[in-house]
Every structure is written in C-alpha cells, then in structure tokens.
Design a protein around this ligand. Structure first.
Ligand code: GDP
Ligand code: IMO
Ligand code: MG
Length: 417
C-alpha cells in the first residue's frame, strides 16, 4: 500500500483529525509537516473526545507519530498537550524533529501587535498563537530550533540578538520586553522533559522510509501561504507539495482531499458562497461550527465546487472524502456553487483576495438538490438516492472519486464507497 496524505481542501476544519484517526489503522507512522497549534483536530472514539493541536491523530491508535521540521512548536503548549494525551493513551510514541523552530512568548506578542495595527475587515483574524511571527523568524534565520536547546551559552547569545531586534517594537506597543533569563529557564525545563523525544531526520529516514506513512495536513488548501487568498491565509504551505520539505521524508504518497458538504471559514477573507441568512445560522448550530482553538463561530456557506476544483488541482488529489453530510439532512434544499458569475475555476485568481472580493455570486451559479432526509449509518448502497445523486454530481464536476463519506463525528460513522 502507498503512503497517503490527508489534505483539507477548504479553509480548515474539514474533519482531517477524524479521518486521519480512521485511516491510521493501516499505517505505521503518522506525520505532521506544517502548521502549529493553530490547528484544532477533534476525534471522537466510543464517547471519548480527543482534542489535538500538534500531535497527529494517529496517536489514538498507538501509532508512531512524528512532528517534522516544517511545523512550529510552542513548548508550553506541547507539554500540556503531551500530558493530556498521556492521561488517555498509554505511552504515546512521539518523535520531534531536532530541526523544529520554536514559538516563543514574543511571537505571540508580535502576533497580537500585527493584528492590532490592522483595522476592521483588514484584520486577518489569526488564532493569536504566534504562528506568523514564528515562521517569519524561520525565514529570517532567527528561529530558536530544538537542537539548540542543549547549549545555554549559545542560546543566551542568540536571545540577546533577538532581544535587540524585537524589544523596540514590543516596548513601543506596551508589551513586556524579552526576558532572557526567564526564557532560558522555560526552555531548559522544556528540554529536560522532552529531550528523549527529539530525533534527527536521519533517524526517521532510517526507521520509517520503508514503512507505511500517513501525512496529516493542518489548515486547508485555501489558507495556503502561496496558493490561498493572500493575505487572509496562514503562514505555512498547507498543500501536499510541502510534504517532503516539511517532513524531511523523500517518499511518494497519494493525496486524499477532504471537504465538508458545505463550507466554513474562521477569521476574515473572501468567502464567495457565504450564507448570511437563517440557513447559515442553522448549519453553524447543527454542525457545531465553533473553533476548537479559539472558540470563534465559524462563518458558514454552501459547498463551493469552483474553489474545490482548484484545491484538487494544486494538491494533485487522487481521491476524496466528504464529511458532515448529516448536518444537511433536514434542509429542504441543498445548494452547491458551480461557477462564479458564470466563470469556471481556471478563470478565477484564488491567490488574490482583491480579485476574489469582486466575485458576487448569482442564483445561476448554484445547482439545487432536494433533501435526502435522515441517514442510517450502514453501507453506501443503502444511502438515500438524493444523497447519492448529490455525491455523483460532485464526483463528475471534480472528475475524482469520493471514496469516504462521513456521517457523524464518531470514528465508526464512516462509510467507504
Ligand atoms: P479538522 O481541523 O479538519 O480536524 O476538523 P475539526 O476537528 O476542527 O472540525 C471538524 C468537527 O466536525 C469536529 O468537531 C468533528 O468531531 C466533527 N465531525 C467530523 N466529521 C463529522 C461528520 O461527518 N458529521 C458531523 N456531524 N461532525 C463531524
Ligand atoms: P485546522 O487544522 C481553520 C485560520 C485563522 C486565520 C488564518 C491565519 O483545525 O483545520 P494563523 O493563526 O494561522 O496565523 O491564522 O488561518 N486558521 C484556521 N482556520 N482551521 C485551522 O486549522 C486553522 N488554522 C489557522 O482562523 O483566519
Ligand atoms: Mg480544526
């Protein structure tokens, strides 16, 4: 069996955590390759709810889990998450790449400052976890990386330079300047606790290159730094081409693209099929569309096949998974966006928010489907015809088969087609 990547095709929260847990039974190693604790993945197994931000969902089945160099890691957050999962899972098998850059206190302060100087609709609406500033430091060659934590003198010198660079900004915005001694104490305590989890990329290659690997995406393709609706994006490349760079594993893989039967977005940015009426409120309520990380209400809208086709293309998606179809069960009619003012996906510039803001959808941009009513959790053949027609329409539009259908948050509420 080939390696697989589970990639969100919308603006995140497609149900990646649930499906990674579902699939991980057949894999040896589950790997994150980008993002940080801006991700929030909820998995429910036999009435136990797991909320994961950094640790791959394969941990629930006791699989080996690897956090690659492409992620950013907040030490304090990681320790909390590791302790919490250790209460539920016996001896979780987690490896951290020694190359991982850290999110430190000043990154969170800088995230806050960045947002505070933007006004109204121009605010990104970040998760305030310091993700952008931490990636900025990686690109700017100022990150503190895991492999540096052993050498206090070196670390002190490095933090001194960082302090010179950032203190003027922190002070100008009434934020506490960087406290080098305090940071060193936090980092050495952290290092003592996790040093046994740190491995270099050679270790992972030697032990796992020939095993079965499942890659867990975070965020979604439309939040990709380069391919998403810039500047309303996250600060990493979320698409599948980043897997080799972010994991350090030079392997082949096939991409399973995952999307909800409708669309949601947290934070600001263009959302052409957004609903502003009671149907949108109904979907938010029934779908429990409140962020795992920030508890913000997610904006809701109809499924957008135009952007989905773009996401499939940029991720080279081989097969699809649709989630949360149960949320639409009781609606009288279900709409699907098939064009933007008559234009198809290759006429749209998805990486330019200014362009997307000018797209105003009209009624003829939507296909309408009749309700499919309540769903039984059994096999594909027994699903209502109306739902099967809806699924076929999506498959034909995208020209990619839907292989997994999710009918509820529980691991076993999943149908393979
Ligand atoms: P992720 O970030 O892509 O892992 O997705 P989240 O976990 O943030 O959000 C998906 C939410 O929907 C979680 O609360 C899941 O428990 C829930 N969920 C996943 N699949 C389904 C489904 O098919 N139906 C319903 N009703 N809920 C689902
Ligand atoms: P999962 O993995 C949904 C959004 C934020 C904001 C933008 C930038 O759970 O699908 P950031 O803090 O990354 O700088 O914020 O990206 N965002 C997400 N939205 N799901 C996520 O992750 C997200 N991670 C970041 O809301 O709009
Ligand atoms: Mg999420």
């Amino acid at each position: 069996m080939t390696n697989k990547a589970v990639i969100g095709l919308q603006w995140g929260d497609e149900g990646k955590g649930k499906i990674v847990d579902f699939l991980s039974e057949d894999f040896d190693l589950v790997t994150r390759y980008q993002g940080g604790n801006n991700a929030g993945h909820t998995v429910i197994v036999e009435d136990v709810t797991y909320k994961l931000n950094l640790i791959p969902s394969g941990v629930i089945r006791g699989k080996f889990c690897f956090l690659g160099q492409g992620i950013v890691l907040d030490p304090e957050h990681f320790m909390n998450e590791f302790k919490k999962i250790s209460e539920k899972i016996n001896n979780p098998q987690i490896f951290l790449s020694s190359n991982i850059p850290l999110i430190l206190h000043y990154h969170k302060q800088l995230d806050k400052i960045n947002e505070s100087i933007l006004s109204g609709e121009s605010k990104i609406g970040t998760t305030a976890k310091g993700i952008g500033p931490a990636y900025q430091d990686k690109v700017g060659r100022k990150s503190v990386k895991l492999y540096e934590l052993e050498n206090h003198e070196y670390l002190k010198d490095k933090l001194y330079t960082i302090k010179k660079f950032y203190d003027p900004i922190l002070i100008a915005f009434d934020e506490k300047p960087i406290d080098i001694d305090e940071t060193i104490i936090i980092l050495s305590n952290f290092f003592q606790e996790i040093k046994n989890l740190i491995v270099d990329n050679n270790f992972i290659k030697q032990n796992f290159m020939k095993k079965k690997i499942l890659f867990e995406g975070a965020q979604g393709a439309l939040l990709d730094l380069d391919h998403g609706s810039y500047p309303f994006v996250t600060s990493s490349n979320t698409i599948s081409s980043n897997i080799v760079i972010g994991s350090g594993l030079q392997v082949n893989y096939e991409t399973l693209g995952i999307f909800k039967a409708y669309a949601t977005r947290v934070g600001n940015g263009p959302f052409p099929s957004e609903l502003f009426d009671s149907v949108g409120d109904y979907i938010a309520e029934k779908g429990v569309e409140f962020g795992t990380v920030t508890k913000r209400k997610r904006r809701c809208g109809w499924l957008d096949l135009v952007s989905l086709k773009y996401s499939c293309e940029i991720n080279r998606v081989k097969e699809l998974c649709i989630t949360k179809v149960d949320v639409l069960n009781d609606l009288k009619e279900i709409k699907v966006c098939k064009s933007y003012e008559g234009k198809s996906f290759n006429e749209i510039n998805f990486s330019n928010s200014n362009f997307l803001d000018t797209c105003n959808l009209v009624e003829s941009d939507y296909e309408i489907f009749p309700s499919w009513g309540n769903l039984e959790n059994n096999d594909y053949q027994n699903l209502p015809e109306n739902l099967k027609n809806y699924i076929s329409y999506i498959e034909n539009y995208l020209d990619i088969p839907i292989k997994i259908i999710s009918l509820g948050p529980e691991r076993n509420q999943t149908i393979i087609k």
